[in-house]
Design a protein around this ligand. Structure first.
Ligand code: ATP
Ligand code: MG
Length: 571
């Protein structure tokens, strides 16, 4: 009977609402748990190939896999999918583990490696052969590929397809024992050369490649393909939900076929696909990221302009902001592209709460106070973070020779320019009111120095007579300034969808992506920790470099561009 008592809610509706608020993967996990699948066990894994550094797309997969394990009391392994020795390297293994730790996730137990399972995976291949489910093909790769046909086009069966099991087994063992040349033979599953799904048209399971492997060295000269190693590794580990990105949808039938042929140590895992993360003005493909590094377009995988975890870390993105962003975008079944401004707004929100405020002048112009007592230094009190009452204040030296921003002075200003100009009074943050009296120019008419007077009654930035000024500017005492190099970043790719429609993403690299300036910093900035992010007042958030304390990276500006985008969308 429907419950229509005012004020009371129907409990089943409530459950329904909660259920619907789950993303489709979590809903699937819950449905499986309710149906008693896997005895209620939930086990996921994050399976990177150790052939490059992690990027923020991987972070989406990481927080999804580790998040689900966490939420359902399960476990999540870090498993290196290391079946492709040509491109893989041990150095990436350590880097990936470090990045995971920095992201704040902890794998269940030590890292696993697909290569640890090579023996079992090999034995399973033999068992397929014994049952007539796989054969050794000596046709070349091109022929095999041509014979696969295409959708609506018939496949052509290999002349080796009906090889007797015994012969196939002998050949496969010879492949393993190094009797044949690289690329001269493959092991293929014998499934269905007319299947609508191309992946089921007798896919390759093993190739011969004499390439030393970062863990098994030269023990193997044959290597399993992704499709013959991935599901098997899942099954060996006891994965329940194998989460991957949408490009593997078509592989799912093969994933299932392979596992259905085998005696598994655990209940068969199931593959679920979700949309990759794409971000505007950004490329999330290791291939392209490698091209950026190798082409010298950036300083390395950990360059602050890179969308890698290391790059973002150097840039000053807090891991918590990356996580909040990933949580907000959620998981979906269709590909889409998220605006980079949304990511930046999460970074800004985190930093606004946590970053200390400091003063730094990026494009310095000398300001000389003509009525300042010779040699006087006044320590003024400046607030460390207005968002955090516990952050307190600091003392900043104020003297008669200061640096201000070139932009903050104009000889001949347009209307609505409220900053310094001859005859105008402004406030120097936490310091005094000053009035410009004179500008000194070089032969080309560029202002090289500004002279002003100050009002000694305005210390702390208030006039006793209550008079107002329209601008407050930041400054640094010239005698006390700390020199630093500051890197200012714009979008690395000028195009919002670099590489769309098959274009080369490198064609749309922004030639003005990086500008480096020699800045003047207030003395407290000599003491920041490597990687610490501070707000340079009026300018944005800046991260001290991880290696060089005299270098800062602009993490993100102060303006909330995401809010502007939202407003534009509404109008
Ligand atoms: P790339 O295309 O950049 O080389 P990949 O998929 O080959 O990436 P892997 O090391 O195989 O990189 O990826 C490990 C895991 O991270 C996989 O499960 C993969 O699906 C996931 N992943 C990679 N890129 C993204 C992305 N952009 N969004 C979400 N998940 C991703
Ligand atoms: Mg991959």
């Amino acid at each position: 009977m429907p419950d229509d008592t005012p004020g009371s809610s129907n409990p089943s509706d409530e459950n329904e609402a909660e259920y619907q608020s789950l993303d489709f993967i979590r809903a699937k996990v819950e449905a499986d748990n309710e149906a008693g699948a896997y005895g209620g066990r939930v086990q996921t894994r994050f399976p990177p190939e150790p052939n490059g550094f992690l990027h923020i797309g991987h972070a989406k997969s990481i927080y999804l896999n580790f998040g689900i394990a966490d939420e359902y009391g399960g476990s999540c392994f870090l498993r290196f999918d290391d079946t492709n020795p040509e491109t893989e390297d041990i150095s990436y293994v350590a880097a990936i583990e470090e990045d995971l730790a920095w992201l704040g996730v902890k794998p269940s137990g030590p890292a696993r490696f697909a290569s640890d399972y090579f023996e079992q995976i090999y034995e399973w291949a033999e068992s397929l052969i014994e049952r007539g489910l796989a054969y050794v093909d000596d046709q070349d790769a091109e022929t095999i590929s041509e014979q696969r046909g295409g959708f609506g086009q018939p496949g052509i069966e290999s002349p080796n397809r009906d090889q007797p099991a015994e012969e196939a087994l002998g050949l496969f063992r010879q492949m393993r024992d190094g009797v044949f040349d690289d690329g001269s033979r493959v092991l293929r599953a014998r499934i269905d050369m007319q299947a609508d799904n191309m992946w089921l048209r007798d896919p390759v399971l093993y190739r011969i490649r004499r390439v030393p492997h970062h863990r098994t060295d030269d023990r193997w000269v044959i290597y399993p393909t992704y499709d013959w190693a991935h599901g098997q590794s899942d099954a060996i580990e006891g994965t329940t939900h194998s989460l991957c990105t949408l490009e593997f949808v078509d592989h799912r039938a093969l994933y299932d076929w392979c596992l259905e042929q085998l005696e598994l140590p655990h209940e068969k895992p199931n593959q679920n696909e979700f949309a990759r993360l794409n971000i505007t003005h950004t490329v999330l493909s290791k291939r392209v990221l490698r091209a950026l590094v190798e082409g010298g377009h950036v300083g390395g995988w950990d360059d602050a302009q890179m969308p890698t975890i290391r790059g973002m870390r150097r840039r000053g993105y807090p891991a918590s902001a990356i996580r909040a962003f990933v949580d907000r975008i959620g998981v979906a079944k269709t590909n889409s592209t998220v605006e980079v401004e949304l990511l930046e707004s999460f970074v800004r929100t985190e930093l606004n709460a946590s970053a200390l405020r400091r003063m730094a002048v990026l494009k310095p112009l000398k300001l000389v106070i003509t009525n300042w007592p010779d040699g006087q230094v006044v320590m003024v009190d400046a607030i460390n973070n207005p968002e955090d009452s516990e952050a307190g204040t600091r003392q900043v030296p104020f003297t008669g020779e200061l640096w201000i921003e070139q932009d903050d002075f104009m000889l001949d200003p347009p209307k609505k320019y409220f900053r310094l100009t001859p005859g105008r009074e402004v406030r120097l943050r936490a310091g005094f009111f000053v009035t410009a009296t004179e500008a000194i120019t070089d032969d080309d008419g560029n202002v090289v120095e500004v002279r002003c007077t100050y009002d000694p009654e305005t210390q702390g930035g208030q006039a006793p007579d209550g008079r107002k000024v329209k601008a407050t500017m930041h400054w640094v005492s010239a005698d006390h300034a700390v020199d630093a190099t500051v890197h200012l970043y714009d979008r690395l790719f000028a195009d919002s969808h670099p590489g769309a429609d098959g274009a080369d993403p490198l064609e749309s690299l922004n030639p003005e992506a990086k500008e480096s300036v020699s800045a003047k910093l207030e003395p407290a900035l000599a003491d920041v920790e490597p990687g610490q992010v501070v707000q340079f007042e009026r300018l944005g958030y800046f991260a001290a470099d991880l290696d060089d304390p005299k270098v800062f990276h602009r993490t993100v500006g102060l303006r909330d561009e995401w809010a502007n985008i939202q407003k534009r969308k509404k109008n």
